[in-house]
Design a protein. Structure first.
Length: 198
């Protein structure tokens, strides 16, 4: 089928989410049919992104600056923090344009079976903001899974210590077992807009 370089390209593509061996071969073939126009620009863009992208120390977003553009945007409300599981969830909410506050990306949910405990979640920066007294509302926008519900209850216990902070959670439109980053914009808007006290 091809040399070592082609096999390595197919193997690396096959590791991407949603790609199996067949998809990886199809993409590799597409790229290699015109490498100067397809493969080389992609490789350069990947290298530039790898060099430039940072994790925001405030919220956990991926951006080219730290703090990220969302955290430093003067038009956003830093008093309303939306807690999400992944950067993909944050991007989905941004794409839908339904949240004008800031975010906290946990980097996962509590899952004893997967070995993810409280110490593995990126909660420290949120607690620091709460300690400073700059937060009025925390919106829990976690997926409607068992792990999401467990994490939400754990967070509610943590947040109960902070007086004057409203804790709410996304409402209608969240299917059981659903992840935020696969929902359409209208469903996200409905879920965030109809949030209710947690």
């Amino acid at each position: 089928m091809g040399g070592h370089e082609i096999e390595q390209l197919i193997r690396l593509l096959g590791r991407l989410p949603g790609f199996g061996p067949r998809s990886a071969r199809r993409i590799a073939l597409f790229l290699l049919r015109d490498p100067q126009a397809r493969l080389v620009p992609l490789a350069r863009a990947l290298e530039r992104a790898g060099d430039a992208v940072k994790t925001c120390s405030t919220c956990g977003n991926l951006d080219t600056v730290d703090p990220c553009h969302i955290c430093t945007d003067p038009l956003r409300d830093p008093g309303v923090v939306c807690v999400v599981e992944t950067v993909g969830d944050l991007w989905a909410l941004e794409r839908a344009g339904v949240h004008r506050g800031v975010y906290q990306v946990l980097g996962g949910t509590l899952s004893p079976l997967a070995g993810i405990g409280p110490e593995d979640l990126n909660i420290g920066p949120l607690l620091e903001r709460l300690e400073q007294g700059s937060v009025r509302e925390v919106i829990l926008a976690l997926g409607a899974t068992v792990e999401g519900a467990t994490t939400m209850h754990w967070l509610m216990d943590k947040l109960a210590f902070y007086e004057g902070v409203t804790v709410s959670r996304v409402a209608q439109g969240m299917p059981v077992g659903g992840a935020l980053d696969v929902l359409d914009d209208g469903t996200l808007a409905a879920a965030l807009g109809a949030r209710r006290p947690a």
